[in-house]
Design a protein. Structure first.
Lengths: 332, 381
């Protein structure tokens, strides 16, 4: 096990290296750089641009250096936890992201819990009552959830919440609490706003999860050990919970890998529509204004989390399921 | 010594189980035919494919079926609500008609208010002349299936902020939204088969390299990467180039799943005797893969490919909605929904959200069809 873990960790190094090169290429791809966007913006506002100042900035941020040197500076900085400088905010990337990360994690964690709380009972019900009206109905609702674009759902919920509950439009709290220290009222206001993003982001995830849990559980329910247990007179509820459900959980553990990055990226589109102070809209903004270090750090961070997440779920699977062997080929 | 009875009749191997002609046809039918027979029994999939065919036909004939052109502006009718089609007026049958809109600007809240004018009966004309259009670059014509009454107007689904008819725009948008998924899937199909084929057939180092590449591509969350890539499309590009750029981006991130499926199948199939035979006879790798190996699991590939079309359509919608995807004058459902971004729209002009209805219908239909195809292609079910 230790050897396997070490191997996986070692293997992450070249993977992350390639990813970092890819990320750097992607953020460099748009023609021009942030300073050009900045100049254009100033000129459109009728302000004059001092060429000396631009040259100074360019040298300051290393934008005049060749590509590979810029990459090297960026990548080596990341190794020691320095993610570079956000042009737009005029702050180090760490500080810019730090603020938003907290709220993003709150929303994501609540959403994940919501998804599980809804998806599990429904998935189990659908599988144990296959082809019943309940199963059809729930599957249909799930399909609709999958097919409806999230942003539209967000808009409609926002509107309904405003009309029926008087919740203020957008954001994660009433405007008067922004930049205020945390208090009970602020917390209540956050709670009042939180449910919309949670429900909106949650629905699509729930639908997918219900379908997979149902499919996995159905496969297990047909196996012989279930028949045996039933023949021996085991109570139906206990039977499902005791064996097939545990086997069907494998997909769920394998999912953890993709869960980690989604906690951070915080459902970009919904967040943009709801103007949540999370990381998603910030990343979109950074991409559009070519705030390259901010955008690059985001992408890199997300990729890192995926790689780590996949490793964690592989390890968990190996721990929890004795059938999965670490050394390939030995099981033949 | 006992004697055995030995029949002198010639031995017929089918004597135990006589096949009816029907069974014989089934047993001898090709893989594609078997798949078709199975698919036919999947009612949801059949229904979905009919829906899809109808929708594609609508998209194909969109100019003919819509009363206005994509960019026709009716400056007198900005944000006009949908009109209802009536058949009877005051108990008398007139045929399909709409009441004309009367427009009033509410000076208190500066809201445009439209109300049906019951004295103004506008009969819908059929097979009539309206906006001129170029039908697929073949015929220039101005015949529409139905148009508003002369000097009248007809907005079945309302108008947008420039007074453009939503019904016509949704139909025109279908053309782009529906092709982007198909073009994208074709691209990713080709990429997946070629790259997966190379990995599976050669194995060893090539396989390893490609596997790592796939892993790396998969280690990016999809949407941020889409966003990042479409942000790289230069603003100066013409809308058509952007369209192809977006399709390419969707395809570039989608082929990995197919490539994996192709690879794992090829790894096992290349050990088969018929493959060795082809090699001994001097067939080149390209021919062996394309001619002998791929047809063995093509049906399975197509089924799984069809399941990723809805993802592509949703992806385009999302990107365009964010303003990162297609841009006007190219109009897709996502571009139309981009206008519905504002909360005011939900409150005041809810009909601008209507493009989401075809999105949902198409995505559901593709999902059901894909499910049906997958079940049909699975020989063990």
């Amino acid at each position: 096990m230790a050897v396997y873990l070490l191997k996986r960790l070692l293997f992450m190094v070249p993977t992350l290296f390639v990813i970092s090169v890819l990320v750097f290429v992607i953020i460099q791809l748009p023609p021009g750089d942030y300073l050009e966007t900045y100049i254009a913006e100033l000129e459109s506002q009728g302000e004059s641009v001092d060429p000396d100042r631009i040259e100074f900035l360019r040298a300051e941020y290393g934008l005049d250096k060749p590509m590979y040197e810029q990459y090297f500076v960026w990548a080596s900085g990341m190794l020691v936890g320095d993610y570079g400088y956000s042009f737009e905010y005029g702050l180090p990337v760490n500080e810019v992201i730090g603020d938003r990360l907290f709220l993003t994690v709150i929303i994501s964690v609540v959403t994940i819990l919501f998804t599980w709380a809804i998806a599990f009972p429904i998935g189990i019900y659908s599988a144990t009552h296959q082809y019943s009206w309940g199963d059809y109905g729930l599957s249909f609702v799930g399909f609709i959830g999958l097919a409806t674009p999230n942003f539209l759902l967000a808009l409609i919920m926002l509107y309904l919440a405003n009309v029926y509950f008087g919740t203020s439009i957008g954001g994660l709290m009433d405007p008067e609490y922004i930049d205020q220290p945390w208090s009970v009222d602020k917390l209540l206001s956050v709670l009042e706003h939180l449910w919309i993003p949670v429900v909106v982001i949650g629905t699509s995830g729930t639908a997918g999860m219900i379908r997979r849990l149902r499919a996995n559980l159905l496969d297990e329910l047909q196996k012989q050990y279930v028949v045996t247990a039933r023949a021996k007179g085991m109570e139906e509820k206990k039977l499902v919970r005791k064996y097939p459900l545990r086997m069907a959980m494998n997909f769920f553990i394998a999912d953890i890998g993709s869960l980690l990055p989604s906690v951070i990226s915080g459902a970009e589109i919904t967040a943009i529509v709801l103007s949540l102070p999370t990381t998603g809209p910030m990343m979109l903004n950074a991409l559009q204004s070519q705030d390259m270090y901010l955008a690059g750090s985001f992408l890199m961070f997300l990729a890192l989390l995926t790689v780590v997440g996949v490793m964690v779920s592989d390890l968990l699977l190996a721990l929890l399921d004795p059938r999965i062997r670490l050394q390939g080929g030995a099981a033949k | 010594m006992t004697t055995h009875f030995v029949s002198q009749e010639p031995f017929d191997p089918h004597s135990v189980e006589k096949l009816t002609p029907e069974q014989e046809r089934l047993y001898l039918s090709s893989q594609w035919r078997l798949m078709w027979l199975k698919l036919k029994r999947h009612r949801l999939a059949v229904g979905s494919s009919i829906v899809l065919v109808v929708i594609y036909l609508f998209a194909f004939f969109c100019e003919f079926l819509s009363p206005y052109n994509l960019h026709t502006r009716n400056t007198d009718f900005i944000y006009a609500p949908p009109q209802r089609v009536h058949l009877f007026h005051d108990g008398g049958f007139i045929g399909p008609f709409v009441y004309g809109h009367t427009y009033r600007l509410n000076m208190e809240n500066l809201k445009r208010e439209y109300s049906p004018d019951r004295s103004d009966i506008q009969k819908i004309r059929f097979f009539c002349r309206g906006d001129a259009y170029d039908f697929w670059g073949l015929v220039e014509t101005d015949v529409h299936l139905f148009c508003p009454a002369a000097n009248g107007h007809l907005f079945l689904l309302g108008t947008d902020r420039l007074g453009r008819d939503m019904y016509s725009r949704i139909l025109h948008g279908a053309k782009i939204s529906l092709t982007i998924g198909l073009v994208g899937i074709v691209l990713s199909f080709i990429l997946g088969i070629v790259i997966g084929g190379i990995a599976g057939y050669y194995g060893g180092f090539v396989d390893n390299a490609i596997q790592r590449l796939i892993e790396i591509l998969r280690s990016f969350p999809e949407l941020p990467l889409w966003m990042a890539l479409s942000a790289t499309l230069p603003v100066t590009w013409s809308p058509i180039l952007v369209f192809f750029g977006i399709t390419l981006i969707l395809a570039l991130l989608d082929w990995t799943g197919l490539a994996r499926a192709v690879r794992s199948k090829l790894l096992s199939l290349r050990e088969e005797d018929y493959c060795t035979a082809a090699q001994l006879m001097g067939a080149k790798p390209g021919r062996i893969i394309g001619r002998h190996l791929l047809p063995g699991f093509m049906s399975h590939l197509i089924a799984s490919a069809s399941l990723s079309i809805p993802g592509m359509i949703l992806g385009e919608t999302a990107l365009s909605f964010l303003g990162l995807g297609l841009r006007s004058p190219i109009t897709s459902w996502g571009v139309l929904l981009n206008e519905a971004q504002n909360i005011n729209v939900v409150a005041l002009y809810p009909w601008l959200m209507l493009p989401v209805v075809p999105v949902i219908v198409v995505i559901l239909a593709f999902n059901f069809l894909g499910d049906g195809l997958r079940d049909a292609a699975d020989p063990y079910k």
